[in-house]
Ligand binder design. Sequence first.
Ligand code: ADP
Ligand code: MG
Length: 695
Amino acid sequence: MSINSDTPIQYLKGVGPKLGDVLSKRGISTIGDLLEWYPRAYEDRRALRNIASLEAGQVVSIVGRVTTVRSMNLGRTRRKMYEVVIADDSGRVSCKFFRVPYKGYFERFEVHTPVRVSGKVTFYRGRIEFHHPDVHPLGEDEENQDQLIPLYTETEGIRPGKLRSIIGMAIHKIIEEPEEKFKDPLPKWIKEKYQLCDRAQALKEIHCPPNHLGSEYLNFLSPAQKRLIFDEFFQLEMLMAANKVEVQKEQGFPMQKPSPRYKQLQKQLPFQLTSAQQNALKDILKDLCEIHPMHRLVQGDVGSGKTLVALLAAVYAADNDFQSCIMAPTEILAEQHYKNAQKFLTSIGLNVALLTGSMKAKEKEQVLLALEAGKIDLIIGTHALIQEGVDFHSLGLVIVDEQHRFGVEQRHKLKQKGGSPHFLVMTATPIPRTLAMTVYGDLDVSIIDELPPGRQPIVTRKVFENKRDKVFNFMCEQIEKGRQAYVVYPLVEESENMDLKNAIEEVENLKSTYPQVHFGLLHGKMKAQEKEEVMRSFRDHHLDVLVATTVIEVGVDVPNANMIIIEHSERFGLSQLHQLRGRVGRGEHKSYCVLVLSYASSEESKQRAETMERFTDGFKIAEVDLEMRGPGEFLGRRQSGLTGFRLANLVRDVKILQNARNAAFEIFKKDPELKEPNHQALKSLLLHAKKQVLG
Ligand code: ADP
Ligand code: MG
């Protein structure tokens, strides 16, 4: 038989059952998989430096001897840090690890072992150090005379030299000396248009970079890297383009009648819509008129007025004789929307109803009957809305608030309630534009990037923990004036119980220090019902201060609360801090956000606090966040399809991402079913991608 990318790795000489096992645990079972195990960096031997000359930000290699290997606990948590100190004739430098790369990693070297360290030089508390560099005992691959050495992710059970040799063999077998020619799935016109090299050549060069391209490789600008990065994005964008084709086949409910009450409501509002709101509505109305169902995301910072946009869309649907529903992630948010809807919609004659799990059976039944009879124009609720027994008369528009709590599955279930209704998602999680198009893929995006006029900016200050008393005294002054406040504690998963204990103790402390103040506690270990109760008493001002772990509901609106104190703010990411700050600044009172920092907090967390002091715009903050953390962390585990990139980086490679997206959409425009003969390879690529992303 002939050997190709799909051939099992066991066919390679030197891959026995044991190594095969190790590789398959890493998801590598074919020769093609092996070739896609890209180097995670390159060691540039031309850049060998001595320790005294290191400067922050450089990517370098040094050679020295180990003087210390040790581990220590990090702060009060149970997390560990590992340190390997290296010395050469000019000085010493510390290599820090916040996790163990693999079992036995640190056992590979003892004091005096000669090693080579490669990585990026970091500046931390006045000193130069490495974080998670590659550390190799010298001698493992001294035979290699090239100047640019690929470095692979360290894996237990495979020596780097061995890995390089089997990859070399794979390249030889299927690229250099193949029995059947290596097929490039990309059509020629795409490669020409976007100036991409052959995939075979790219696969070969990424593992064996030509020396003359040294600096291109270090900066991810070589033709091989560009092509393979393109391919990673392209796979995902193909899925999205294909999805779009599917969606456009769906028959929806076009709403083409004029809507008098839509105009009436706008006239009755005590304020003018912002132009960002108007633009979003323009997008939405245009979609609603189409025969294909709308799939649109409205993204807007907290307080930008998304709810009103949704309500206006529902009015428009009602005038077209369609029912709408709004799904909120919690009962309290559903109640909040319901109140708003009553305020704005009842006066123009819309019938609005609320449906939640905690309603009495009798009430529920009445609502359900009215809904099925078509007497309700807009129904607002929680997950209860997608349960069995909820039947609509003519569901035309589905609105989901705070999309990230809803899975694809739920979205699907709700759609099934009424053919293919129009679908509108609202989220307050700002994502930079460049990312939005990829994260939300098949959804069209409208961005509300403007706050209603007259909002008071929130005064944001970072303080160190020794100033806490002052901060709390200030809070008490605000409470005496009739205001309310939030105090937030972080919970770190691994030590959750300990942190919870600290938070509870802290509440007790606060209670005895400020006996005149009513404190309430909200934490993740409470039942949903209990949480809602506490939130309600805070909303209704039976409590002055809500002490909470991060579970404060996104989107909860308590305009009287004008202060938020975030304890251990160094433990929160920027986007989280911004979301938390959004709890205040919703009323007419001047609002305050205090970020309490521990003395031991890192340079980076101080930078985060300063970013918060400087910016109030969520999109700006999201951009900074993305730059500081990188897309993997930024998007979290939620978007698995996006963080699975091996080579591509959403910040660095935005240009390539745009090209890949354009290419995918162009192909589907030309050939929606991928029927052309030279698109057959793409078709199997698509099937493969579907399997990977959808499991
Ligand atoms: P979001 O859901 O985007 O966080 P909301 O829809 O809850 O924001 O709006 C926040 C507040 O601003 C609400 O009280 C709403 O009535 C008010 N609001 C909405 N649009 C405007 C506007 N154009 N001008 C003034 N106030 C507005
Ligand atoms: Mg909202």
